[in-house]
Design a binder for this molecule. Structure first.
Ligand code: G3I
Length: 357
């Protein structure tokens, strides 16, 4: 594989400009030569993907691991570091798959996002505990056990995920009335979030701690209440970053929905920003126009996002349409990622490549 430094030196020598597929002279530098991660590294950011163990370990697909290692320099387990998987029964931890993912990342020089310590979904047996003191101990034991095990290996943790409700009381002046009434909230009250961040800070002071949520990318009310929540945590020194999931479709227009202002609001707080779960779903079967619109959405979002220097990571929720949560959850939609089901690059890949370049 050519190194980016070497390629840039060649370009400088020949006075060429990188352009995908063609150059002004006879040589050719294209997305075939420079993987996304080299372009991202040159900009000082990380580019990454969620991974699933099936094609990596259970029924290995060479194309899956080749693309993963070639293109990305940060990964996140799509499901394997969630509560129900790491602690399938009380104080009984199972790190087998998570360990494999972490070791794969380390062996390939990738950073790791830990997802997720506290969520209202995929929390298994803990979600039926109706006893505040017991649940408080469960939370503490889980966070300490998991974060200490992965200390110095997992650099970023989604400490709390999706704690803001979708049905908002828009006249509220604080975030408290708009917290999701999850089992965490019911048992531990509104302060469970701050408590989780305190535990996480104590468990691994070297990790960067994130709050992560969906539909908070535009300058909307959910983003506003999220802003109030993370402002409160930031004032107490408990949080380092905000994760914008970014599960979107082609109607998402970052030039008209306040995306840049929203990023600014978070970066002005001094938070690092990660796009944590990006995918752009389109109708299936998908037309040429659908794929073209999808590529434009990827391009526009990344262009605006990368103009904010606090945006340090762009992570897709998978990279091949063969393995994506979208068709199961959005009937009639799919094909949301950068590679098709046969691992061919799509226009969306080219769009991301062009922006990173
Ligand atoms: O593990 C079981 C397996 O044993 C069983 O045979 C199979 C049958 O359907 O189900 C498997 O569990 C599935 C699990 O993913 C693991 O593949 C669940 O049914 C399925 O609901 C679950 O979906 C995950 C979803 O979170 C759960 O809410 C998706 O894969 C995952 O992509 C999605 O990820 C979330 C992020 O964590 C948070 N943000 C939103 C994002 C998309 O929903």
């Amino acid at each position: 594989m050519k190194s980016l430094a070497g390629i840039l030196m060649l370009l400088a020598l020949f006075g060429c400009q990188i352009s995908k597929g063609t150059l002004s002279d006879s040589s050719s530098i294209s997305s075939e030569d420079i993987p996304l991660k080299e372009l991202a590294s040159a900009r000082g950011i990380y580019i990454g993907t969620a991974v699933t163990p099936g094609p990596l370990f259970n029924n290995p697909e060479v194309a899956y691991s080749n693309i993963l290692v070639r293109e990305f320099n940060i990964i996140v387990a799509e499901n394997d570091m969630k509560f129900e998987n790491l602690e399938p029964s009380s104080n009984n931890f199972n790190f087998s798959t998570a360990d494999k993912i972490v070791n794969l990342a380390i062996a390939n020089g990738m950073k790791i996002r830990g997802h997720v310590l506290v969520w209202h979904q995929q929390s298994g047996w803990a979600s039926s505990v109706n006893n505040p003191e017991a649940l408080s101990n469960i939370l503490s034991n889980h966070i300490f056990t998991v974060m200490r095990l992965f200390s110095n290996k997992v650099q970023y943790w989604d400490v709390v995920n999706e704690a803001i409700d979708d049905n908002l009381n828009n006249s509220a002046t604080t975030f408290y009335p708009n917290l999701r009434k999850s089992f965490w909230w019911t048992n531990l009250g509104s302060n469970y979030i701050e408590y989780a961040f305190q535990l996480a800070r104590a468990a691994d002071p070297t990790a960067k701690l994130f709050y992560n949520d969906y539909s908070i990318e535009a300058y909307n009310n959910k983003a506003y209440y999220t802003f109030l929540l993370v402002s409160n945590l930031k004032a107490k020194g408990l949080i380092d970053g905000i994760g914008l999931q970014m599960h979107i479709d082609t109607n998402f227009n970052p030039y008209s929905n306040g995306f840049a202002n929203n990023l600014k609001r978070f970066s002005d707080l001094g938070l690092e920003i990660h796009i944590t779960e990006m995918d752009v779903r389109i109708p299936v079967p998908s037309s040429y126009e659908n794929y073209t619109a999808q590529a434009k959405t990827y391009k526009d979002v990344l262009t605006v996002a990368l103009a904010n220097t606090n945006v340090k990571a762009i992570i897709f929720w998978g990279f091949t349409d063969k393995y994506s949560w979208v068709p199961q959850f959005f009937t009639g939609y799919g094909n949301a990622l950068l590679f098709d089901k046969n691992y061919n690059k799509k226009k969306a890949y080219d769009a991301v490549w062009e922006v990173l370049k």
